[in-house]
Every structure is written in structure tokens, then in C-alpha cells.
Design a protein around this ligand. Structure first.
Ligand code: UD1
Ligand code: CA
Length: 466
């Protein structure tokens, strides 16, 4: 392709039909904002310097969501329609010549391949422009493609402006166009807001160009789903579903077993190694990377985590921004908050919470514990009910536990505190002073015994025992 290509993505609208305070293109499908999907696809055709996004509603947030450096932004202060959105870009765009590919920021399923074909048709056909169309069972809400007796594209008529006969047409405009830039800019001002909502419709360009003797072609795709434009939350859910399905299929083809796939949610950027098994109702989110031969149990939620090979996550475990090394195991019902690291072969079990804590190789906390701001060595045993008191109401304090230490059940470790390697903490202790290596720390009151107390009480019947 020798003709230079400029891409402009319209993303300024609020999206009234979403019934949201958030701009439509900031809503997420498949784990990314809608605008990110379209930008990423466009970047496969054009360098960032030739890619422009028209922003308006929540312009700063949309700019931030785009992320890629070098992408240009055009501000549309008032949203007066898709035609107006392109018009406001004249200063930035008109001088660039070549072809102008216009996309809407609310069609995240689009594939780069389809756009390439569209541009190629524009080049080969010699038409002034090409639009993408598809037959739809229910095209309600879409513009309809009106053809003349010879089958040539004559106009696009919007839902709100169409006659009953026009609205009966099933060929829908997908909102993707490639125009010869010079011709486009020459005629764009002929778009007028002469329709019920008084908007400048970009779709009017088709008729305008036809009137001045140019041809506009259509490239028809069979499956309209690819260009589905999201207007409502129902469509958002539909597109999210399709993106999730694409992701699951790609992973399964790459050797990941997914049980009951429709119930499993996996974000776009997630990577999973071969022979890992993902159970039903699992969510794997963000930039999570999972190794080979892992087992992710039912209902687990994993957000932005790194899991090495052979890691086992038992059902209903929730972990975020944490790392698990080879063969580590968590759950059922464990929680890892940001900054947790489980070294090789370590285990946490039900109702164990880690936060900013490193659990050394082979160490175990099998039940009911809170370990925060702690560094725990290798082969440590943390008994049920152990709590690190890491917060004094003002500041967080650290706990350090040496290799091979044994922390008895229901211990309360008041940080800052250090427990030496090989030390023992008696069950039920409140530990406030450092425990040297290999020592036994008893931090509890002695047991008192009252011989025969219970028998005497029974004999006294209802009378009060002393
Ligand atoms: C549009 C098309 C319709 C097509 C459909 C495909 C027009 C007039 N209609 O309708 O023919 O079938 O898409 O999905 O183009 N936007 C702006 N500024 C504005 C208005 C909109 O940037 O002033 C952006 C929106 O943020 C959105 C995109 O343009 O990303 C499309 O706008 P939308 O209102 O969704 O158009 P549709 O009514 O769906
Ligand atoms: Ca739309």
C-alpha cells in the first residue's frame, strides 16, 4: 500500500443510551476499554503519528485510556454528530492527503484484516470512498444502505430519518469508511444538520459524493457481529461475551483446559501455559501470567498475578498483584492482597490472608491466619489463628520470622517483632518481645486448676458455687 493512510477514531460522544455518567468508549469489554480495542486494531494499519482520536466527553480520561504515545487527539467540544466530529479535525487532518479511514470508538470487535481489505478495495475500485456494510436480521438503530437499480450505493439513511420502506432494508452501515482524503475534505462542509435531532451525520457523505458525480462502494461482510457498535449495556454484554469467547478459544487451542468455558472470564492480556486446567467460574484478570501445569480451582479470582509452573489455586481463592513460585498452593478460600509472594512449595489454606508478605519456600499456614507486612523464612509452620498485629492505629510495622520457626496456634505477634530461626512460640501466646533463635516463647497466663469444682457445683444444685 503506497498511498499514505490516516486513521481517525470518533470517541467524543457520551453515549446517552448507555445511561451512564461515564463516556461510552470508557466502558470495558474483554477487560479493556472500548476505545483501547479500536486504537490497538488501528495501530496495526497506521503509525501512531497518523492515528487521531476525536475526544469530547471525559476527554482526559479517554486520552489516558488510549495509552500509546504519539497518538494525536482532536477535541470536539460540543457533540453535534459524527460528521461534525470529523469536521473539527480539519486543521489536523486535511493536509495529510492520501486515504482517510474513519472508525467509531464503539466497535471493539473489528479486525485489522477487515480494515486492510476495505482500504485495498478503495485503492483498487477507484471509488471516492468505500463503506463497510453487513446484512443484519435486526438492523434497528443502524443506518441503512440504499442502493440504486444497478446495485450501486446511493445513500445511507439513519434510523431516525428513514421511511418505512427504507427501514425495511436489512443491509446496515457498520460505521467504517475509507475516503480519498482530498475529495472528502472538499465536500465535507456540505453535510447539514437537516434531520430530526439536528446532527451532522457523517453518513450524509455518501449521498453528497454521489451527487457530485463520485462513486461510493460498499464492502459487505457476512457476519455483522464483527462491526457491532455498542449503544446499550445489552450490546456491551454481548460484545464482552464475544471477546471472552475469542480469548478462551485462543487459550484452548494453545493447550489450556477450560472446564465449563462459558462461565470463565479471562482478560485479553492474560497468558496461560500449556496443560494448565482452569475450573468453572474462574476470573483471570489484568496482566496475569500463569505457567504450565497449574490448576485453578472453581470460583478463583486472580488479578494481575504471576504464577509459576505447577501452582495450585484451590476453589474460591482471591489473589491480586501477587506472585507464586513453582508448586506453591493456595486455598480453598485464601486471600492474597497486593505484594504477597509465596516461594516454591509454600502453602496457605482456608481463611488465610497475606498482605505484603513473603512466605518462604516450603512454609505453611494452613488455616485461619492474617500475615501482613511480614517476611517469613523457609519451612516455617504458622498455626491456625495466628495474627500479625501490624497496625498500631497510625503506622504499619514489620514482622520477621526465621527459617524453621514454629508458631503455635492462636499466636498474636505484635509488630515490630522478630522471631529467630528454629524458635518455638507456644500456642495462644501474645508475643511483644523479640524471640531469639531456637528459643521457646510462652506469652500466656498460667492455667489455674480448681480440683473438684465441677462436681461440687453439680451437688450444690441450684445454689451458687463459690
Ligand atoms: C452510527 C451511524 C450509523 C451506523 C452505526 C454503526 C451516523 C450518523 N450513524 O450510528 O449509520 O449504522 O453508527 O455502529 O454516523 N461520536 C462523536 N461525536 C459526536 C457523535 C458521535 O465522536 O458528536 C462518536 C461516538 O463517541 C461513537 C461514534 O461516534 O463512538 C458513533 O456514534 P453513535 O452515536 O454511537 O452512532 P450511531 O447512532 O450508533
Ligand atoms: Ca454506535
Amino acid at each position: 500500500m503506497n498511498t499514505p493512510l490516516t486513521v481517525v477514531i470518533l470517541a467524543a460522544g457520551l453515549g446517552t443510551r448507555m445511561k451512564s455518567r461515564q463516556a461510552k468508549v470508557l466502558h470495558r469489554a474483554g477487560g479493556r476499554t472500548l476505545v483501547e480495542h479500536v486504537v490497538n486494531t488501528a495501530l496495526q494499519l497506521a503509525a501512531p503519528e497518523r492515528l487521531f482520536v476525536v475526544v469530547g466527553h471525559q476527554a482526559d480520561e479517554v486520552r489516558a485510556a488510549v495509552g500509546t504515545p504519539g497518538v494525536g487527539f482532536i477535541e470536539q467540544k460540543e457533540q453535534k454528530g459524527t460528521g461534525h466530529a470529523v469536521m473539527v479535525g480539519r486543521a489536523a487532518l486535511a493536509g495529510l492527503g492520501g486515504n482517510l479511514l474513519i472508525l467509531y470508538g464503539d466497535s471493539p470487535l473489528l479486525r485489522a484484516e477487515t480494515l486492510r481489505r476495505l482500504v485495498a478495495i478503495k485503492e483498487e475500485s477507484g471509488a471516492a470512498g468505500v463503506l463497510l456494510s453487513a446484512p443484519m436480521d435486526d438492523p434497528t438503530g443502524y443506518g441503512r444502505v440504499i442502493r440504486d437499480a444497478q446495485g450501486g450505493v446511493q445513500a445511507v439513511v439513519e434510523q431516525k430519518a428513514g421511511t418505512p420502506e427504507q427501514l425495511a432494508i436489512r443491509e446496515a452501515n457498520m460505521g467504517i469508511y475509507c475516503y480519498g482524503a482530498d475529495c472528502f475534505w472538499k465536500h465535507v462542509d456540505e453535510i447539514q444538520p437537516n434531520n430530526p435531532p439536528r446532527e451532522y451525520y457523517l453518513t450524509d457523505m455518501v449521498e453528497i459524493l454521489r451527487r457530485s458525480g463520485h462513486a461510493v462502494a460498499a464492502m459487505t461482510i457476512d457476519d455483522a457481529r464483527e462491526a457491532l457498535g455498542i449503544n446499550t449495556r445489552i450490546e456491551l454484554a454481548e460484545v464482552d461475551g464475544l471477546l471472552r469467547e475469542r480469548k478462551r478459544s485462543a487459550l484452548m487451542l494453545a493447550g489450556v483446559t477450560i472446564e465449563n468455558p462459558p462461565t470463565v472470564t479471562i482478560d485479553d492480556q492474560v497468558e496461560i501455559g500449556m496443560d494448565t486446567v482452569v475450573g468453572p467460574f474462574v476470573q483471570i484478570l489484568g496482566a496475569t501470567r500463569i505457567g504450565e501445569n497449574c490448576r485453578i480451582g472453581a470460583g478463583a479470582v486472580i488479578d494481575n498475578c504471576q504464577l509459576a509452573d505447577g501452582v495450585k489455586i484451590n476453589p474460591y481463592t482471591v489473589i491480586s498483584e501477587s506472585r507464586m513460585e513453582r508448586g506453591a498452593e493456595a486455598g480453598p478460600f485464601s486471600r492474597m492482597r497486593p505484594g504477597a509472594v509465596m516461594e516454591e512449595g509454600s502453602h496457605i489454606g482456608n481463611f488465610v490472608e497475606l498482605k505484603k508478605t513473603r512466605l518462604g519456600a516450603g512454609s505453611k499456614a494452613q488455616h485461619l491466619a492474617y500475615l501482613g507486612d511480614s517476611t517469613i523464612g523457609a519451612k516455617v509452620n504458622i498455626g491456625a489463628g495466628t495474627i500479625t498485629c501490624n497496625y498500631d492505629g497510625r503506622l504499619k510495622h514489620a514482622t520477621a520470622i526465621g527459617d524453621g520457626a514454629f508458631v503455635g496456634s492462636n499466636s498474636t505477634l505484635v509488630a515490630p517483632i522478630e522471631i529467630g530461626p528454629g524458635a518455638y512460640i507456644a500456642a495462644g501466646s501474645v508475643i511483644t518481645d523479640p524471640v531469639p533463635a531456637d528459643a521457646l516463647a510462652l506469652g500466656r497466663s498460667r492455667q489455674t486448676m480448681k480440683e473438684d469444682w465441677a462436681r461440687k457445683r453439680r451437688e450444690l444444685g441450684r445454689k451458687k458455687t463459690v
